[in-house]
Design a protein. Structure first.
Length: 330
């Protein structure tokens, strides 16, 4: 009996050890690992968190902007900070592409980088800073916290021409969305989960006014959008308005919660890409499941998908460089 008990205990311990090794393997995917700077710059993550917390505490609206910046970076060339580079005389960088003209929060990345260069010169990459800042910013507004394996290096190329062919657009239908996410190694669950990032933040009218005034080119509205919501949006966004901003999650745009899925289920998602989530069995089922906070898995799922997204196309080892200033190559 004792031998059998020992055998069962060994089996349990073996399974637990196997799970630990699998998790470590995932964390080390593509050369990234948790605590990458534990020896080379032990205070790197603490410094990043302190500066980010200071900015977000004063201006919480930066949180969705930094999350969006991280997303835009990873979907073009991978998570290697190409979105942070400025244009030069001979090159239009990603910043110059239309979808990136509204990106904001670069000063926070620069502040963290300056502090880390002072503490540990030439050690911490801008790509890692962006990944950590996005996580810490969301955490400060009481959103989910996720582990960020580090060890990314910075790319040396940034092309405005690559943005439009890589970023998913707010006008995308489900087929286009699936294709865009799949090309980055993300599945349908990641798609519906990361769309939930629209629970915080705002958008400018041009991103959705085609749904209000000229959906099929005949001066009509989008039939998949709630007509009462269309009437409300028309009061805010007149034809040609490029400056007015609208909450993506009305009444809850400063809180990281499941309300986005409630909004989408009521056909009040702001973008066509939001509405598209109701057209697929898998994504629609997720929307219906998450719209009730009790039993929701959204916060955990979001953390998992962000870890996965943060590993898209990373540069590690001797690839790329560690920029001294995030807006220009060395």
């Amino acid at each position: 009996m004792k031998s059998m008990a020992n055998s069962k205990l060994f089996s349990v311990l073996f399974i637990q050890l196997t799970l630990v090794l699998v998790l470590l393997d995932l964390a080390n995917a593509q050369g990234l690992k948790l605590g990458f700077y534990s020896s080379s710059c032990p205070s790197a993550e603490a410094i990043t968190k302190k500066i980010t917390t200071n900015f977000i505490s004063h201006t919480p609206s930066f949180a969705p902007k930094l999350l969006r910046m991280h997303f835009h970076d990873c979907f073009v060339r991978g998570c290697e900070a190409s979105v942070l580079l400025n244009s030069t005389t001979n090159n239009q960088a990603e910043k110059a592409a239309i979808p990136n003209l509204s990106l904001n929060g670069f000063q926070i990345i620069d502040a963290v980088k300056a502090a880390l260069e002072k503490k540990c010169p030439g050690v911490v990459s801008c790509a890692d800073i962006l990944a950590l800042v996005a996580r810490d910013a969301v955490s400060v507004i009481k959103g989910p916290f996720w582990p960020v394996p580090t060890g990314r290096r910075d790319g040396r190329i940034s092309l405005a021409s690559e943005v439009l062919t890589n970023l998913p657009f707010p006008t995308f239908n489900m087929t286009q969305l699936k294709s865009s996410f799949a090309s980055k190694g993300l599945n349908v669950k990641d798609l519906v989960v990361l769309s939930g990032g629209h629970t915080i933040g705002i958008s400018h009218c041009p991103s959705f006014t085609n749904r209000l005034y000229n959906f099929t080119g005949k001066g009509d509205t989008d039939p998949t959008m709630d007509q009462n919501y269309i009437a409300q949006l028309k009061k805010k966004c007149k034809p040609g308005d490029t400056t007015t901003i609208v909450e993506m999650d009305p009444g809850s745009s400063k809180i990281f919660d499941t309300d986005y899925y409630t909004v989408v289920s009521k056909r009040r998602g702001l973008f066509q890409s939001d509405a598209a989530l109701l057209t697929d069995n898998t994504t629609n089922a997720y929307v219906q499941l998450q719209k009730t906070p009790k039993g929701s898995t959204f916060l955990k799922d979001f953390a998992d998908s962000m870890v996965k997204m943060g590993q898209i196309g990373v540069l590690t080892g001797n690839s790329g460089e560690i920029r001294k200033i995030c807006s220009r190559i060395n």
